[in-house]
Design a binder for this molecule. Structure first.
Ligand code: BES
Ligand code: MN
Ligand code: ZN
Length: 495
């Protein structure tokens, strides 16, 4: 869907459907009142009868008399006047699009910028409207033979400039948001694909294609033989148990001056994690196709940077492999040598994410990074600690951590910081190698980050554990595209 700003008098708009806010309590917006006065007070009648409650996300479709330029009005609830929250606004957006996508209409017009949202400005409203609309229209279709079950006809959405923000600023915010939304959708599409289609080679091909589509993107894929030469013994030990060859994918967006140090993002691209010899229980194991969500988010962010031609250098690295049981797979007690030279005792083959990430993080240093951020579905313990709402954040630089926390808050794609104290580090002690790949049941998310921290000492680094936030289980099973929005905000704030 395309989003553009529009101006005009509220009661003289030509549109198939005008989206108008209503509140559950307090005075309605001036805009809603003006429209109603020009149209025989029908909205007041409907509100009085209680058909439209004004509760956040409640919708009611009204048809205007034949001949009216505004053919329909969708009343959408935003809660109590003056108290509309971020969540209320998001709910109202999703509910509006969900209500309208079922109708045979192509063009709509939203007047929701007229609503004050607590602590948020107009630019935020535009971005959120665009991103949440795209999200409501997202559909997984790749492996369904029936053509899209509820294909919609929505093509254009006018955003009525009915607040302080200028038409130009609306258009600019909408363009930015559309690219963030495409990045989120691309990440979801990749993540939702099954493990037999989305293999490391599939991800590598996807990266190559992305590079062909965007002049600013330089894509390289390292094969196992090249990784062997670099000494990536840890990463390759995981891949040895799989028939699919591992790939190390690098996507460089060169938008800034060549002297500018890049932001490097490294995403875990485990296209299926069965656990290896330390095999996982079978219940729910299908969801381990989502173990590449960190990698998928890197694809989404790189696409966003390229589409918007951001004036900044960003490097995306995705180490990709499967983790399966096999005669040649890692065995508990095996010791491997990482690219950094540190030896690792593999006490649990299911703690494979850190084994592929440590070599990718060593490789990242070659880009002389300003900062490095890794994104990984790394520990079940993170889901226990933070549930499904907050991404776990750890790192070796508080300034960087605070910047990410702030970006997450702004984007509504939040993280919560956990400590990375030295006290936890002895849990990784091994009698036979420089470190063990697990640290026991206590503080599993923290000891996983402690493991990674041994490989990130030479630069500012943050780690995002997205085990709880990258996808949803149950009836709504599907990828969320997180944390593409947080990372996009982080990068945009640095531009
Ligand atoms: N990919 C998993 C982590 C995971 C599990 C993410 C469940 C989301 C939901 C990771 O490779 C893993 O298996 N981690 C182990 C580590 C343990 C063996 C120290 C875990 O969390 O159980
Ligand atoms: Mn695992
Ligand atoms: Zn894993």
């Amino acid at each position: 869907m395309q989003f553009v700003s529009t101006t005009g008098q509220i009661d003289k708009l030509t549109t198939a459907c005008l989206i108008l806010p209503v509140f559950s309590k307090g005075a309605q917006t001036e805009l809603t009142e003006t429209f109603d006065q020009a149209n025989d007070g029908q909205i007041a009648v409907v509100l009085k009868r209680g058909d439209a409650s004004g509760k956040a996300g409640n919708t009611l479709l009204m048809h205007m008399p034949a001949g009216n330029k505004t053919e329909r009005v969708l009343l959408v609830g935003l809660g109590e006047s003056g108290k509309t929250s971020e969540a209320d606004f998001n709910k109202a957006t999703s509910a509006s699009i969900n209500a309208l996508k079922k109708l045979p209409i192509k063009s709509i017009c939203t007047a929701l910028l007229s609503v004050d949202v607590v602590d948020k400005d107009d630019k935020w409203k535009v971005r959120q409207w665009v991103i949440k609309s795209h999200e409501a229209l997202y559909q997984y279709t790749q492996t369904l033979t029936s053509s899209a079950p509820d294909a919609h006809q929505l093509e254009n959405c006018d955003i009525l400039a009915c607040s302080q923000i200028s038409a130009d600023d609306i258009n600019q915010a909408a363009t930015t948001a559309s690219s963030i939304a495409s990045g989120i959708a691309s990440a979801k599409k990749l993540a939702d694909l099954p493990g037999n289609i989305c293999t490391p080679s599939y991800l590598a091909d996807t990266a190559t294609k992305l590079g062909e589509q965007h002049a600013s993107l330089n894509v390289t894929v390292l094969e196992e033989a090249e990784m062997e030469k670099l000494g990536m013994g840890s990463f390759l030990s995981v891949s040895r148990g799989s028939r699919q060859p591992a790939k190390l994918i690098t996507m460089e967006h060169n938008g800034g001056p060549s002297s500018q140090k890049p932001i490097v993002i490294v995403g875990k691209g485990l296209t299926f994690d069965a656990g290896g010899i330390s095999i996982k229980p079978s219940s729910g194991m299908d969801e381990m196709k989502y173990d590449m969500c960190g990698g998928a988010s890197v694809f989404g962010v790189m696409q966003m940077c390229a589409e918007l031609n951001l004036p900044i250098n960003v490097v995306g690295i995705v180490p990709s492999s499967e983790n399966l049981p096999d005669g040649d797979a890692n065995k508990p007690g095996d010791i491997v040598t990482s690219m950094a030279g540190l030896t690792i005792e593999i006490l649990n083959t299911d703690a494979e994410g850190r084994l592929i990430l440590c070599d990718a993080l060593t490789y990242a240093a070659k880009f002389k990074p300003e900062v490095v951020i890794d994104i990984a579905t790394l520990t079940g313990a993170c889901v226990v600690a933070l549930g499904k709402h907050a991404t776990g954040l750890l790192g070796n630089n508080d300034e960087l951590a605070n910047e990410l926390l702030a970006a997450g808050k702004k984007a509504g794609d939040k993280a919560w910081q956990l400590p990375l104290w030295d006290e936890y580090k002895p849990q990784l002690k091994s009698n036979f190698a420089d470190l063990a790949n697990i640290g026991g049941p206590a503080g599993g998310t923290i000891t996983a980050a402690c493991f990674l921290s041994r490989f990130t000492e030479d630069y500012k680094w943050a780690h995002l554990d997205i085990a709880g936030t990258a996808w949803k289980s149950g009836a709504d099973k599907g990828a969320t595209g997180r944390p593409v929005h947080m990372l996009s905000q982080f990068i945009l704030d640095r531009c």
